[in-house]
Each structure stands twice: as structure tokens, then as C-alpha cells.
Design a binder for this molecule. Structure first.
Ligand code: COA
Length: 161
């Protein structure tokens, strides 16, 4: 792709565009509203935007639900504008979230629809494994979800001694 895509913070002002993308990406699975994005961004969690110039083309969010020494985090959301999918943006967003999780040595959890092969493939390629199934997890579609887990990063300072 010739246009440069950059990653940076997601802002409250991005909320309407995120909600628009959610409608496209998660029809039937209770897409987040603009208010949900405003709340998430204001909560101090790590929310990132992928931008092509002024256009928001992707977003992702990570919530830290427990701090060290047994840190845990959850990937809350990740989405890429359909017109921009397949160019590495989702992988870059996820890598940025996981780098933050690794700094805390957090175990990371997420839910993904069992039929969402692109997302599951992406997650598996970054170390997530399926650890359970949640029947009828999504509303109103009632689709099933896999729970996936990625173990905390090894402690380099110990391993290197
Ligand atoms: C999942 C999603 C975020 C991936 O974003 P993307 O920018 O298209 O993904 P990338 O181009 O970075 O590809 C990353 C990896 O995803 C996987 N992938 C992407 N598209 C795929 C497809 N159509 N089929 C299978 N795997 C696919 C591949 O493993 C790919 O790695 P590789 O191309 O390096 O081998 C995007 O498809 C999306 O927004 N989907 C709808 C929303 C969604 O399902 N979000 C996840 C909810 S849990």
C-alpha cells in the first residue's frame, strides 16, 4: 500500500468514526456506540488508532485488569476498515497492544467468534491459544466465542543471568 499508515493514540473525537466502523465490522454482535468509545478512551486504558493521513482506518484497545506481579490484560477490541484490511494494520495494532502487555508481564485474554477465522489466525500467530468456549456469547447473534490466552512474557532479567 503506498499511503503511510501510522499508529498513535485514539482520542475522544475519534469515537463517532469508531462507532461507524463497528457497525460495519460487527453487525449483529452489539457494536460499540460512540459513547462506549468515549468512555473507554477516558478510562486511561490503552486505546490506539491507525491513521492514513487524517482518516482513521483502524483501532484497538487493551484493558489491564490486574497489575504485577500476576498482571492480566484483555484485548477489548480490534478492527480495521474493510477497505484497508489485509495490509498488516491489524497485526501492527495487536503488536503494539502486546508490547504494552509484555512490559507489565501480563497474561492476555480475549474472546473471538468461533467462526472468525481471520482474527483467530492472527491471534494464534502471536501466541494466543484457545482455552475455552463460551456458548451464545454474542448478542443478539447468539454466536459462540472462543476464549484465548497468551501467557506472560518470560522474565528476561532472570533468564539472562
Ligand atoms: C481481524 C482484523 C483486525 C485483521 O486486520 P487486518 O489489518 O486485515 O490484518 P493483517 O493484514 O494485519 O493480517 C494479520 C493476520 O491476520 C490473518 N488474516 C487476515 N486476513 C485473513 C483472512 N482473510 N483469512 C485468514 N487469515 C487472515 C493472517 O494471519 C494475517 O497474517 P499474515 O497476512 O501476516 O499472514 C480485521 O480482519 C478486522 O477488522 N476484522 C473485523 C473485526 C474483527 O473481527 N475483529 C476481531 C474481533 S475478536
Amino acid at each position: 500500500m503506498s499511503t503511510t499508515v501510522t499508529l498513535g493514540p485514539l482520542y475522544r473525537a475519534d469515537a463517532p468514526r469508531c462507532a461507524e466502523l463497528e457497525e460495519l465490522l460487527f453487525p449483529g454482535d452489539d457494536p460499540w456506540s460512540a459513547q462506549s468509545f468515549r468512555d473507554a478512551v477516558s478510562s486511561g486504558q490503552l486505546y490506539l488508532a491507525a491513521r492514513a493521513g487524517d482518516e482513521l482506518v483502524g483501532y484497538a484497545g487493551l484493558a489491564v485488569v490486574a497489575g504485577p506481579p500476576m498482571a492480566e490484560a484483555e484485548v477489548h477490541t480490534i478492527g480495521v476498515d474493510p477497505a484497508w484490511q489485509g495490509h498488516g494494520i491489524g497485526r501492527a495494532l495487536l503488536a503494539a497492544l502486546l508490547a504494552a502487555a509484555d512490559e507489565l508481564r501480563a497474561t492476555v485474554f480475549l474472546e473471538v467468534r468461533t467462526d472468525n477465522e481471520p482474527a483467530r489466525t492472527l491471534y494464534e500467530s502471536t501466541g494466543f491459544v484457545v482455552v475455552g468456549t463460551r456458548r451464545r456469547y454474542y448478542r443478539p447473534s447468539m454466536a459462540d466465542a472462543y476464549t484465548m490466552r497468551r501467557e506472560r512474557a518470560a522474565r528476561q532479567d532472570v533468564a539472562d543471568r
